[in-house]
Design a protein around this ligand. Sequence first.
Ligand code: LRH
Length: 488
Amino acid sequence: MKNYLAIDLGATSGRTIVGTLDKGRIDLEELTRFDNPLIALGGHLYWDLYALYNEIIRGLQRTAQRGIDIQSIGIDTWGCDFALFGDDGALLGNPIAYRDPHTNGMMEHFFNDRMPKDEVYRRTGIQFMNFNSLFQLYAMEQHHNSGLKAARKILFIPDALGYMLTGKAVCEYTVASTSQLLNPATGDLDEELLRALGIARDVFGPMAMPGTVLGTLTPEVQKLTGLGALPIITVAGHDTASAVAAVPAKDEHFAYLSSGTWSLMGIETPKAIINEDSQKRNFTNEGGIDGTTRFLKNICGMWMYECCRREWKKQILTEEHDETKAIQRIKEELAHQRLQDDAMKEAPNRTLVNPDDPMFAAPDSMLQAIHNYCEAHHQPIPETRAQVCRCLFDSLVNRYKTVFGWLQDFAPFTIDTLHIIGGGSLNAYLNQMTADALGVRVLAGPQEGTALGNIMLQAKAGGGVGNIWDMRRVIAQSITLKEYQPNK
Ligand code: LRH
């Protein structure tokens, strides 16, 4: 029996989870859970890396207090963002968050100023999103960001936290691959792109493949937590890479939908698919475990729903002067099941929006953005919570259908199953609607895909499991999947 600790940070919340591998089965226990709110300051949006560090310390302290004997620790987070460190190794302020508007218009600017769009795609095979690290770094240079000027190290978020905990700086492959700085042909950061940015290669640290030892907890962290000199493993630092590694598939004939704040829909391929069509459809080729490629597309996932729910919560808090009453109402009225049940009583496909419209990326009010979109596109405006939720679910499924059709064209194999993993896989209605619309069998689960991938990667590094298919077998043996057959 062996225990591993996963630090799994998403764009809205984070967790520390202990995974126990015993006789070919893996069990999870959540130790701590915390929010990861954005900080709005001076026209920018930041992550609170110091607070996240403290939360990690709290999770490690809990591990020590509980006397859980862990083999190692792994960190996975959302992609594209990075932290800057100075000459003395100190963090140069909190990192800018990918929803910050500082990259608006920067892609086009970069193509005109530094490297044509086609060449960027040919070199990276990464979908164009204005928050890719490439354009964030360019935007910071254009805005004379003082941190960037002083930076001696640029580390992607999982690597930055790993550095804060061990003092060792690397550039982990999976998280580097989503930055639009990595060239899949060389497996390293692209020299020409770095030249175009004017940044030296060594600033990012040496490339580390998933499943290697980063280093051990610093004496300071050991003292703070009561743990010993435990190793941190560079797992698949990108949460999506960890999640896809945990898809409990039996063979290659599957597509996946990693469903959380984002919906990442794609296939796993032995090689990158970089051609005119993949560029036209704006598909991405991210690096995975054991030489695999994640050929996928980002679809705005539960983000719109999460934002609306937060706004409704605020509304209730202002309406109700009695706090206990407000909390009670929030619990009842905004329970996921209640919102979903009510949505399903509404007429289907009454209002459809494109969830990937830039209007929905980071609006001040999501409810207002939906209203404005519907007005501009002559769609009936959803008024009630149920109507809003129905509109969001229908719109997502509609988008899934389009992207799935493209995936079927690209896949060098037939797709017989869509695996839905992550928190969104708990929405049974959405799973069935997806199966119906796509005309494919859906297998839902595990909900904790990223944490499982993180833990299994640690087990793989320690020799507890073999390759990615062994990891998937262990996961499949440990959980119950829900099956949804498509209705005509
Ligand atoms: C999902 C995710 C996704 C990135 C986005 C920024 O959490 O890592 O793969 O594109 O966040």
